[in-house]
Ligand binder design. Structure first.
Ligand code: PMP
Length: 452
C-alpha cells in the first residue's frame, strides 16, 4: 500500500465518488478502507471497526467467506470469461440457474437472466415488461408506476422510476410515462395517519384511480421494493404488497419486485416478496448474490412471463437486450458459493433474530435521545431518522447526522448516513454481541451530537 498521504491526495485529485459532491469529497476526504475480516473493516490508519453497513447492504456473509473466495480463484483458473450471447454459455452459469430456480421456487420464478449489478437488473425488468406486453398483443402498455422514496438504481430507466428527486433532477428529461404513488411510510405521508393499513388502502385507492384515469391498457408494470431501502428503510404494512399484487392482477399490470437488497435473507425472510406472501412477475436481484465479492445480478422471471416469450416463435420474441457480462462465469461461481454458504448458515433466520434485538436496542435509544425521531426496520435492514424537533419532525442538520456517524466510527462501528437517516445493514452473520456493539456506538454518537 502507498503511504496514507499519497492515497488521500490522489483520491481528492483523480477520483469522483458516486452519490457525492466532488468538491465535498476533496474538502473532507472519505475513509479509505484497506482490509476486511469477519464483520470488521480496517482503514489505512489501522482503525478497525464493525461494518454495520455490510459493504453496501451486500456483504451478507462478511469479509472472510473463504468458499466464495476459493470459488472465484478456481473459476479464474478454469475459465476467466466467456460470453453467453446467442450460441455460447458456460457451466457455472447453468449450475447457478438450476440453483436459483430452486431458491426462488416459492416465489414462482422459473427462469433467470444475468446482469452486472442492480441497476442493470432493474433496466432488464423494465425492458422485459414492455416486451412482454408487445408479445402479448398489447403494445400500448408502456407506462410504469413506482413508489415515491423507492430506489431503483441510476440507469435512465431506473432513474425514471426512482422516487427520490436527488437522483432525477439533474438528469431530466427521463423516460416519459412514469408515475409515482405515495410511499407506504407511517412516519411521513400525505394521508394524515400513522396507521399502516390505512396508508396501504389510501395508496391502493390512488393507484386504482390513476389506472382508471390513464387506462389500464396503457400501463406495463408497477415496480416496488418489498421493503424500501435507500429511501430510508420503509417497511410497508403487511397488507400493502398483497394489495398492490391484487390490483396489478385485476388490471393486467406486471408487478416487478426490486429485490436488489432483499432477495437473499436481509429482511429475515429469504426474499422480500415471500415476507409479504406475494409472487412477483419479475424480480431484480444483485448485491448479496455474490456476497459483494463480484459485480453480478440476476433477473428472475415467472412462468407467466416466460410462457409469453417462449411461445412466441417470431423474431419479436428474441431478447434484444443483454450485457457483455451477462452470465460472467466468475460471477456465477461466486454466486453458487454464496448461495450455498447463505443456506448452510441459515442467514435469514439469524437476520430475523438479530434484527429483533437490534430494533429493541434502537428503540431504547429513541427513549433516551430526543434526536431520534423514528426507528424502523425489518430483519437486518434498519434505520433511525434524526430530527431537530420531534413534534414537527424537522430533519436534523447535516453536521449533526455526520457527527453521529463520526463518533460511532470512533467508538468502533461504521454506519451509513442518507439525508437525516442513519442506516444500519450489517452482515447477516452478526452475533448478539455485535448488536450490542452497534447500539452502544450509536448511543455514543447520539450523546455527542445531541449534547447529552
Ligand atoms: N435497486 C435497489 C432496490 C437498490 O437498493 C439498488 C442499489 N442500492 C439498486 C437497484 C441499484 O443497484 P446497483 O447499485 O448495483 O446498480
Amino acid at each position: 500500500m502507498r503511504e496514507a498521504n499519497f492515497l488521500i491526495e490522489n483520491n481528492a485529485r483523480h477520483l469522483w465518488h458516486p452519490m457525492a459532491h466532488p468538491a465535498e469529497m476533496q474538502a473532507s476526504p472519505p475513509r479509505i478502507v484497506n482490509a476486511g475480516e469477519g464483520v470488521e473493516i480496517t482503514d489505512i490508519h489501522g482503525k478497525r471497526v464493525l461494518d454495520a453497513v455490510g459493504g453496501l447492504w451486500n456483504v451478507n456473509l462478511g469479509y472472510s467467506c473463504d468458499p466464495v473466495k476459493e470459488a472465484i480463484r478456481q473459476q479464474l483458473e478454469q475459465l476467466p470469461y466467456y460470453s453467453t450471447f446467442r450460441g455460447t454459455t458456460n457451466s457455472p452459469l447453468i449450475e447457478l440457474s438450476y440453483e436459483l430456480a430452486e431458491w426462488f421456487k416459492e416465489d414462482g420464478l422459473v427462469r433467470s437472466f444475468y446482469t452486472s449489478g442492480g441497476s442493470d437488473s432493474v433496466e432488464t425488468c423494465l425492458r422485459l415488461a414492455r416486451q412482454y406486453h408487445k408479445l402479448n398483443g398489447q403494445p400500448e402498455r408502456t407506462k410504469f408506476f413506482a413508489l415515491k422514496k423507492g430506489y431503483h438504481g441510476t440507469h435512465f430507466g431506473g432513474a425514471s422510476v426512482n422516487g427520490n428527486s436527488n437522483f432525477r433532477r439533474n438528469y431530466e428529461p427521463l423516460l416519459p410515462g412514469v408515475f409515482h404513488l405515495p410511499s407506504p411510510f407511517t412516519y411521513r405521508n400525505p394521508f394524515g395517519t400513522i396507521d399502516g393499513a390505512e396508508i396501504a388502502k389510501g395508496i391502493a385507492r390512488l393507484f386504482e384511480d390513476e389506472i382508471a384515469f390513464q387506462g389500464a391498457d396503457t400501463i406495463a408494470a408497477l415496480i416496488m421494493e418489498p421493503v424500501l431501502g435507500a429511501g430510508g428503510v420503509i417497511v410497508p404494512h403487511e397488507t400493502f404488497m398483497p394489495l398492490m399484487r391484487e390490483i396489478c392482477d385485476r388490471h393486467g399490470i406486471l408487478l416487478i419486485a426490486d429485490e436488489v437488497i432483499t432477495a437473499f435473507g436481509r429482511t429475515g425472510a429469504w426474499t422480500g416478496s415471500r415476507l409479504w406472501g406475494v409472487k412477483p412477475d419479475l424480480m431484480s436481484t444483485a448485491k448479496a448474490i455474490t456476497n459483494g465479492y463480484y459485480p453480478f445480478g440476476a433477473v428472475m422471471i415467472s412462468e407467466k412471463v416466460a410462457q409469453v416469450f417462449e411461445n412466441n416463435k417470431s423474431a419479436m420474441g428474441s431478447i434484444g437486450h443483454g450485457y457483455t457480462y451477462s452470465g460472467h462465469p466468475v460471477g456465477a461461481a461466486a454466486a453458487l458459493a454464496s448461495l450455498k454458504e447463505m443456506q448452510r448458515l441459515n442467514v435469514a433466520a439469524n437476520a430475523q433474530v438479530r434484527g429483533e434485538e437490534l430494533i429493541a436496542g434502537l428503540k431504547e435509544l429513541y427513549e433516551r435521545h430526543e434526536l431520534v425521531g423514528d426507528v424502523r426496520g425489518k430483519g437486518l435492514m434498519c434505520a433511525i431518522e434524526l430530527v431537530s424537533d420531534r413534534e414537527k419532525k424537522t430533519g436534523a442538520a447535516k453536521d449533526i447526522v455526520q457527527k453521529v456517524q463520526d463518533v460511532a466510527y470512533e467508538a468502533g462501528v461504521m454506519v451509513r448516513t442518507s439525508g437525516a437517516n442513519v442506516i444500519i445493514s450489517p452482515p447477516l452473520i452478526i452475533t448478539a454481541e455485535d448488536v450490542t456493539r452497534i447500539v452502544s456506538a450509536l448511543d455514543a454518537g447520539l450523546s455527542a451530537a445531541g449534547g447529552k
